[in-house]
Design a protein around this ligand. Structure first.
Ligand code: MLT
Length: 273
């Protein structure tokens, strides 16, 4: 869709695994955390727009993208620890902006919970701070086992249309196709581990009032998975937050509307330097 936007595409040793990371640009470090069941490529439309002001660091989280297959379960907190160790391995010594979409947002929130001192700003897009109720958690366990038994397509294809706004579906078929192929390339084991990790994630809503870093929340106007009202409620829980709703986008705002998304991030982070 774009020319390859990265200067460096490397494998970084983090404890006993190798993390595939794409790195580009210069400036305040910006860690971009992908959603489920996607990988770092989901940021390809945003990185060229943000790498003028930021060192963009784009990992494939455990089991996703070009990571090795995982043979045991992991938690959202493990993924947050991976991110912290990755920044250490990259010798990032200054505070960073952490930006996560949906599942990546769960990881970003857990990163803030554990490593607040490392954070200059938190950007949360199409995500939520509350955990799942019993019905949703149980549905996730079913999805995990359907993926393992019947194949990835049975889990991911029914999600596809919901991820996009009417405008994206009508006018950006290349974006829909990119996401479809990224989803289909995710391993069944990763689908299963990630669903179990999400089902068991900590509810962080009641902790947000104690987090003093600047927080930017970005919702898609047509997102039914993490609707603007859910994100507004989360945003109101932080002492220092701004809320944005992007028209013509659904659950994948940075992919559907990269220019609007990048502009929001740039404006929020310009005052931090
Ligand atoms: C995502 O986009 O990462 C997923 O919608 C997260 C979830 O299933 O809660």
């Amino acid at each position: 869709m774009h020319g390859y936007p990265y200067q460096d595409d490397i494998l970084v040793s983090v404890t006993n695994r190798k993390v595939p990371v794409r790195i580009s640009g210069r400036g305040m470090p910006l860690l971009l955390l992908h959603g489920y069941p996607l990988d770092g490529r989901m940021w390809d439309r945003v990185v060229p727009l943000l790498s003028t002001d930021h060192l963009c660091i784009v990992p494939d989280l455990r089991g996703f993208g070009r990571s090795e297959e995982e043979d045991k379960s992991f938690s959202i907190a493990d993924l947050a620890d991976d991110c912290h160790q990755l920044l250490n391995a990259l010798q990032i010594r200054r505070q960073v902006v952490v930006c996560g979409l949906s599942m990546g947002g769960y990881v970003a929130l857990q990163f803030a919970n554990r490593y607040a001192a490392s954070l200059a700003c938190l950007v949360l897009t199409n995500t939520r701070a509350n955990s799942d109720d019993h019905v949703i958690a149980s549905n996730r366990r079913t999805m995990a086992s359907i993926g393992l038994t019947n194949g990835v397509s049975k889990v991911v294809l029914p999600m596809l249309e919901k991820l996009f706004s009417r405008n994206t579906l009508a006018n950006q078929p290349q974006v829909v196709e990119l996401v479809r192929s990224m989803m289909l390339s995710t391993r069944a084991s990763t689908i299963a581990w990630a669903q179990l990790a999400m089902a068991e994630r900590e509810d962080l809503l009641s902790k947000l009032h104690g987090w003093n870093m600047p927080v930017v929340c970005v919702a898609g106007a047509e997102d039914s998975i993490t609707p603007p009202d859910v994100m507004r409620q989360m945003a109101s829980g932080f002492p220092n937050s701004a809320m944005h709703v992007v028209a013509s986008s659904s659950h994948l705002t940075p992919i559907e509307c990269p220019a609007e998304f990048a502009q929001i991030v740039r404006q929020a982070t310009a005052v931090l330097e």
